[in-house]
Design a protein around this ligand. Sequence first.
Ligand code: ATP
Length: 226
Amino acid sequence: MSIAPIGILGGTFDPIHYGHLRLAQETLEQCGLAAVRFIPSGTPPHRDAPHASAQQRLEMVRLALQGNPSFILDEREVHRNDPCYTVDTLTALRAELGAQQPLCLLMGGDAFMMLHAWHEWKHLFELTHIVVMQRAACPSTRGRPLGNAINEADAALRSEYHARLAPAPSALRDSPAGAILVADMPALEISATDIRRRCSEERDIRYLLPDAVVNHIQSHHLYMKC
Ligand code: ATP
């Protein structure tokens, strides 16, 4: 079997920025993905409530993805009122897209190092591959390749990592789920936290995120008190 995988990028996107968009584009190209679905979170189970409302975050993702037919906005999580776990979203996607379709959950190295804290995290491997895009200056790996940083990770996560590590992106086309691929992307030192702080200090946020999103933030006075 050789089917182009579909990428899935979840996040609070509070706001979405070029770090997220480059993560998706790099993976699309390196892994030959058919498309990337961006899934803004509703009520994130693991972290404080986002600063912008779910509708605002959704609108910013919509604006950021305009003009790229390979990037698809998936609204399913923001329309739920209860806490929504990634494993639930992937179960629904798997039912819609069929048992054979390879899925790839995309994440940065920082997010992967905390995977063992996710709800039913081992079940994720039955539903999806995981593609970890490591950045040169990722704080959780302190600039070291993930292969080195993983030695200090949670023991169960380390063991899954070693058992599932795929040698090349082509492995992602051969099965629907279960592999971990580590790929490199140029580091873009952009974070939503930093953008929110700049907004609250009334500093310029241009060139960190698409102009349409900058305009939306400014016209709705978002992140003035973060
Ligand atoms: P915050 O600063 O509020 O924590 P964030 O900018 O890290 O937000 P998230 O929505 O938490 O954004 O991240 C979603 C995904 O995007 C995560 O897997 C994260 O690793 C990845 N990511 C975030 N920023 C970057 C970046 N600059 N380059 C590559 N990947 C990134």
